[in-house]
Design a protein around this ligand. Sequence first.
Ligand code: BT5
Length: 273
Amino acid sequence: MPGNRFGDVRWLRSVDSTNRYLLDEARAGAPEGVVAVADHQEAGRGRLGRRWEAPPGANLLCSILLRPDLPVGSRHLLSTVVALAAADACQAVAGVTPVFKWPNDLLAVDGRKLAGVLAEADATGQPGLPAPVVVGIGVNVAWPGSDADLPAELVGRATSLCQEADRLVEREPLLAHLLAALEPRVAALGRAAGRSAQADELRRRCATVGARVRVQLATGSFDGTATGVTDEGHLVVATPSGTRTVVAGDVVHLRATEERDPLSGPSGRLASE
Ligand code: BT5
């Protein structure tokens, strides 16, 4: 792809994890822009040690090596631009418009998960090269075809582009669109105004903003109302004890069920969606 830094696309038949593969390549000095795609991952990684599931050949499983010259506080935007580029590709190739759930999920309008992003950095760095960040994304393309395909814990929680578009969607054009859309978004991160524009797009399309949320941190959890996303891509949450900015953490969207559940207490019970 002329003018696109993502020209070195390595399509692997099977690998434990495309993120692991690319982190090792980065440690061996691979340049920015290498892309690893796999038909199958034996140990696909989610965040916080979780697993990413996909049967062989069905979904887009890819990782992108970036070597950003970014303020450290803005690193979150690397995941953001990959998620935004994936959403561009879902729209262009499948006619599906995802919404975002902070920090890293693409959801269908009914809240089921279409894609997840996992960014992993290598702190050690390589001489003469900016430190690498590998951003991996799994997009459900053909799997699940329906809830019947899913393990019990994902029933009602995962969907695919084929299901949402109600037609065949292919991985190759999706990847091509994703990489084409990613180029100007990564370039924009080099300027403060560009970073702010990417964060603004996330802010406008993020279903988390305005939602009641439970934020789970390594140190515990708290509830509040998400009120915004900073120019660094961090989540702003209003709580009874003041405003908190969440740099990294898990977020559950909450909904009041009082009116639907006569057994809930006077303050309304909150249930995770
Ligand atoms: C994520 O984690 O959403 C990040 C997923 C990143 C996967 C890509 S694939 C290419 C690259 N190489 C890798 O090894 N990883 C990246 P998290 O927010 O922790 O979500 C994981 C949770 O989502 C799991 O615990 C399940 O509950 C659920 N899940 C697993 N597979 C799913 C799927 N295909 N669709 C929807 N939800 C899924």
